[in-house]
Design a protein. Structure first.
Lengths: 138, 200
């Protein structure tokens, strides 16, 4: 059977899809940016892995945040936005936890998969396009 | 970058259980003091994976404009009336056969300024989780016979005609409840274990 095609999440999901803050003592903050480096103000991110789940919208600065527990080397981040026909998926590795997958990415882009310590929180930005484009997985 | 299926597509999907689902969340016509205006419809179908298996106990979320073509979302500035009796958001879990069922009103078409005289056909947004990361699906469902369908760049972002047809529900007299609501059926297929993931 042929899978149902994906369509954009559009701009008006905010009233309908509940946000889930996530649970854990690790706060992750980041920005969703487009190919020109501009914030994406109406994106949606889902965080999953090892039984955890968080879902957050981006604000007018493209900023998002969620809370997690570090119980595995990485979490999967799925990105929805009005300009995307289909969602994108990447991984956020905890600092120092990079394993085979980041190592298999070209050296210049490996850092896009790894969160960094930033004044008590983990910083993880997602860039949809451009020279610093996040590595996305299919 | 292509990841091995067992590392990615077959990895367990998001643990959506922290999104609460109450039985009344599936009836969008009973979320306020009175009933919304518009054509009352039943929207139902099955979620299966591409291997043909029912996807049980998975979260299905929908959102839509009201019958006048206006979203509750504050960012929607289309000068059509809001309906104080309609939010336009629903959710339910699929049953043992993978079936979902919503009661709602048929959404209106609305202009969206994408190009000159651009109108979105009536549609309902769907979000489906499924069992694996690879089964996650966000899409839009359309209504049969809508004259705006061939003109819509979003529907036409799907290059093949068959793929576009997969997003159009069908009117179903057997689902229709006499004297009460029209019935539409729309089945959803999420990626199964044997599916080849689409390239970006």
């Amino acid at each position: 059977m042929i899978p149902t095609p994906s369509q954009t999440v559009g701009p008006f999901f905010g009233f309908a899809l509940p946000q889930v803050e996530g649970q854990g003592d690790v706060r992750v903050e980041g920005q969703l940016l487009d190919g020109a480096g501009e914030p994406v103000p109406d994106g949606l991110l889902e965080v999953s892995g090892d039984g955890q789940f968080a879902r957050c919208r981006t604000d007018e600065e493209g900023a998002f945040h969620f809370a997690v527990q570090q119980t595995s080397p990485f979490l999967t981040i799925t990105v929805f936005a009005r300009g995307l026909l289909r969602h994108l998926s990447t991984r956020m590795y905890f600092p120092g936890q990079e394993g085979d997958v980041p190592a298999s990415v070209e050296a210049g882009r490996r850092h896009t998969l790894v969160a960094r310590q930033d004044r008590g929180v983990l910083r993880f930005d997602v860039r949809l396009q451009g020279p610093e484009e996040t590595v996305f997985f299919v | 970058m292509r990841l091995a299926d067992e590392w990615f597509h077959r990895a367990p999907g998001p643990a959506f259980g922290r999104i609460g689902v109450r039985p009344e969340d599936a009836d969008l016509t009973r979320q306020h003091a009175s009933e919304p205006l518009g054509e009352r419809i039943i929207l139902t179908g099955r979620v299966t994976d591409s291997d043909g298996r029912p996807v049980r106990n998975t979260l299905v979320e929908i959102w839509q404009a009201n019958a006048a073509g206006r979203y509750v979302d504050p960012a929607d500035d289309h000068p059509a009336p809001l309906d104080p009796n309609f939010t336009g958001a629903g959710r339910c879990l699929t049953d043992d056969e993978g079936a979902y069922r919503f009661v709602t009103v048929k959404p209106g078409a609305y202009p969206w300024r994408n190009h000159d005289n651009a109108w979105r056909p009536a549609h309902v947004h769907f979000s489906v989780f499924g069992p694996a990361l690879g089964s996650r699906l966000v899409t839009q469902m359309y209504f049969p016979g809508d004259p705006l369908l061939p003109l819509d760049p979003i529907l036409n972002s799907i290059p093949d005609a068959h793929g576009r047809e997969l997003l159009v529900s069908r009117f179903d007299l057997a689902t229709t409840i006499p004297e009460w609501a029209l019935g539409y059926r729309w089945d959803i297929v999420v990626r199964g274990r044997r599916a080849t993931p689409a390239e970006r």
